[in-house]
Design a protein around this ligand. Structure first.
Ligand SMILES: [Zn+2]
Length: 164
């Protein structure tokens, strides 16, 4: 019943060596799915998502992306061509296995903005690798979505590696 996201291909994707892969993506998705009430449903309005993304970007020192919503089954995604040309599109509505899901929530906004920050500040790193995960973890903790001990224990259990 996942109602969530993916990072769409960007210019950095084509530059990445095939061997780098995206080995950690499934683990991060699995962890997010273990919190489906937080990650697979709409909990915020668009302006709240925009405010959260903007705050995260101000803290990271980058220009916030445009935030939009799409109303179809496609998962939430981020696309960053440059700091001036960046968008996060959140899944506003989707019927999945009888559930009305969506990506307008804190966790998915922070997942996507972590991709934006990564694309601008660490463009040659793997999509869901340890650098991404470190950015993502910092956001989840800075915005108090999870407690540090809880997050660390869960990520260790799911085999997620992150750069602190
Ligand atoms: Zn992602």
């Amino acid at each position: 019943m996942r109602a969530v996201r993916k990072a769409k291909g960007s210019s950095k994707a084509t530059r990445r060596a095939p061997s780098r892969g995206d080995a950690q993506k499934a683990k991060i998705y699995a962890w997010e799915d273990s919190h489906s009430s937080l990650t697979c449903f709409n909990r915020l309005g668009l302006w709240e998502c925009e405010a959260l993304v903007e705050s995260a970007c101000v803290m990271a020192g980058i220009k916030p992306p445009r935030v939009t919503v799409h109303y179809q089954a496609e998962m939430s995604y981020s696309q960053t061509a440059s700091e001036e040309d960046s968008v996060i599109s959140l899944q506003g509505w989707s019927e999945i296995n009888g559930y009305r899901g969506g990506g307008m929530n804190e966790v998915i906004c922070l997942h996507e903005v972590a991709h934006t920050i990564q694309a601008i500040q660490r463009p040659r790193t793997s999509d869901h690798g340890p650098i991404f995960a470190g950015i993502y973890a910092k956001l989840l903790l800075d915005f108090a979505v999870f407690d540090p001990e809880e997050l660390e224990a869960e990520w260790l259990r799911f085999g997620i590696r992150w750069r602190r």
